[in-house]
Design a protein around this ligand. Sequence first.
Ligand code: AMP
Length: 213
Amino acid sequence: MITLALSKGRIFDETLPLLAAAGIEVTEDPDKSRKLILATTRPDVRVVLVRASDVPTYVQYGGADLGVTGLDVLLEGGGQGLYQPLDLQIAACRLSVAVRADYDYASAVKQGSRLTVATKYVNLSRNFFASKGVHVDLIKLYGSMELAPLTGLADAIVDLVSTGNTLKANHLVEVERIMDISARLVVNQAALKLKQAPIRRILDAFASALPQS
Ligand code: AMP
């Protein structure tokens, strides 16, 4: 049995065409059932639904053989011990710094002010601001980061931006792009040895379904 860990939403939806290229179709709709283990048209392949930030944990400890998760999750601290063979070029977005439209970020940075930054990505943010020599106090949040500058909790946020609509709706502006993010395939190293042939077949099918870069 090959177990693939996915999170619901964009990653699940955008992985389906890659699975199709590998001759695998998920036979249950996660939006219509509460099942966490989904069967596929291949009796030896199943999908498990986990939180995006739990995908590396499932794969690292063998709860799943393969998984799809964002580069943000892997770089923030979830990537240890995982084989990361493919950039799947899906769920593309960027990790950015955003502030209230009336906040003068450039001057604050130039004057060496100490910025308060709210984010789910404390490690990536610490490294980014340290590399710029900007002093920051980090506040860890688990969601609705956009609220922090609006309520006075923080001067800035570090969050994922895709269309920019969420920032715009909350009168925030993107002031720095930290890095481009996309979803990666991660593989359990032991599974790669023990189930080499079926896993290689999936890797090869995914790789050939990707646009050439
Ligand atoms: P948008 O309004 O399209 O810029 O999307 C921004 C919101 O969606 C923010 O709350 C982000 O945290 C979230 N988001 C955007 N892209 C992704 C992604 N690839 N994976 C997870 N969350 C995302």
